[in-house]
Design a protein around this ligand. Structure first.
Ligand code: CMC
Length: 429
């Protein structure tokens, strides 16, 4: 098999090396293209561009495969433990008992926010978007830990990672409490990650929110399934920001902003809104699918389609099953789950969706689970961010450690005015 391809331009041949990954995926290395030929590539949405080499997550969109550090995602469903997966993604292998206990201990020790941060929450309007608060407060964290702005050794990085993974949950809970006008609940060191989040969000004086084991399992699983997805929009953002040598907090705060958009993490809110609109009788599932196919309006079947998955998204399948299991256990019959199943059934039979390989994605069923647990809709994308944070941290660190931090700086094809004279104000039309 050839290890290069030849680009022929103006009668001259330019050999371009081929790169191969661990799973035989192939790429043309064009790093010398412009220097050699004066050409750049144009690739809208970077759909054909590999931005880096990475050993964290493998996705095969044609086959519906997702693996973290080589481990198939399905293998985390038996005893889902988000903290274990966070360690795996960031540090490269499953933690042994000592590593696990040490990391879990760090998470417990660093769950509290500096009291000064409460003042920041107070300054936000009650109806502030929680993703705006989350991003702002992750950035604000950097002011409280100046010693973690430069992470040149693994132990300091580990502390920064633990602080972020622990505190993002406290920030999320405080954002919610502030929106409700409720007092903040301090983290309870006796509670594990997910139970503590629910406690901080929902406990009231003399009314402790307890976390049922199946709820704990469902949320651990939900966080795990969101934990990384290689070079998605928010992770690429984290890498791009980090490539300027911006610190971990700033880079992750930028990741939150990228995740916020409705085509990315914000889709989980839009899915719920879509299901509610159908449930409230504004339209039938058939009407909605029809509308999503209509190119004259912007509506899309939210929670459907993916840049990489062209067959099935394994995360959606797992979450769909988990939603059924959780609702059955809770004795709930959520009509929105039935509507989601109906939409899926119609879309999967419809030539429009079939031809374009559009399948349910991770956001299609996640909202049903969060709703069953009592998470308010406007906090859904925040929950996604909590799950995705270990992935962002892992990518930021990998880029840093591999010396892949040549500043990200794409080129463009300029299509504006050619040289144009400046016109003084009183001579302009
Ligand atoms: N409903 C209707 N049509 C769709 C949908 C959809 N959900 N998704 C894609 N299409 C159509 C699109 O209009 C285009 O049609 P045509 O070829 O006729 O112009 C074709 O399918 C290809 O779509 P695309 O927009 O070029 O695909 P993309 O890879 O650029 O976008 C996507 C991927 C996920 C942004 C898109 O499928 C979408 O907008 N889905 C709905 C939003 C959503 O669920 N986002 C969550 C993504 S998964 C988790 C995450 O990343 O956060």
């Amino acid at each position: 098999m050839s290890d290069q391809i030849i680009l022929r331009l103006d009668g001259q041949d330019y050999p371009l090396p081929l790169e191969q990954g661990a799973e035989n995926e192939r790429a043309i290395d064009i790093s010398s293209l412009r220097a050699d030929t004066g050409l750049i590539t144009l690739d809208s949405g970077y759909a054909n561009t590999g931005s880096c080499r990475s050993a964290i997550t493998f996705v095969d969109g044609e086959q519906g495969i997702l693996r973290y550090r080589g481990i198939p995602i399905e293998q985390f469903t038996q005893h889902p433990n988000f903290i274990e997966v966070a360690w795996l993604l960031i540090f490269g292998s499953l933690p042994n008992r000592q590593e696990y206990d040490g990391f879990a201990g760090d998470l417990t020790a660093h769950a509290n926010l500096d009291e000064g941060m409460k003042l920041h929450f107070e300054g936000f309007p009650r109806n502030a978007p929680p993703m705006a608060i989350l991003s702002a407060m992750i950035n604000a964290l950097s002011c409280f830990y100046p010693e973690l702005l430069e992470l040149d050794d693994t132990s300091r990085f580990r502390l920064a990672a633990a602080r972020l993974i622990s505190k993002i949950r406290t920030i999320a809970a405080y954002a919610y409490r502030h929106s409700q006008g409720d007092a903040y609940n301090y983290p309870n060191p006796r509670l594990a990650y997910v139970s503590n989040l629910l406690h901080m969000m929902f406990s009231h004086p003399y009314q402790e929110r307890e976390c049922d084991p199946l709820v704990r399992e469902a949320l651990n699983l939900l966080f795990i399934l969101h934990a990384d997805h290689e070079q998605n929009c928010s992770t690429s953002t984290v890498r791009i920001v980090g490539s300027s040598k911006a610190n971990l907090f700033a880079s992750c705060a930028a990741g939150v902003c990228a995740l916020w958009g409705p085509l990315h993490g914000g889709a989980n809110i839009e899915v719920l809104r879509m299901l509610e609109r159908i449930h409230n009788g504004h339209m039938t599932p058939e009407d909605y699918v029809q509308q999503a196919k209509d190119k004259t309006n912007d509506a899309r079947l939210m929670g459907f389609g993916h840049r990489v998955y062209k067959n099935r998204d394994p995360r959606a399948e797992i979450l769909g099953r988990q939603a059924e299991k959780l609702l059955a256990y809770m004795g709930q019959d959520d009509p929105l789950l039935n509507i989601a199943r109906k939409l899926e059934e119609i879309a999967l039979e419809d030539p429009y969706f079939k031809q374009r390989n559009l399948y349910p994605n991770v956001d299609f069923y996640s909202g049903i689970i969060m709703r069953a647990v009592g998470i308010p809709t406007n906090m859904f994308t925040v929950m996604f961010a909590i799950g995705r944070l270990p992935g962002w941290i892992a990518h930021w660190w990998e880029q840093n450690q591999r010396g892949q931090n040549r500043i990200a700086r794409p080129r463009q094809i300029y299509d504006g005015n050619t040289i144009t004279d400046y016109v003084p104000m009183d001579e302009r039309g």
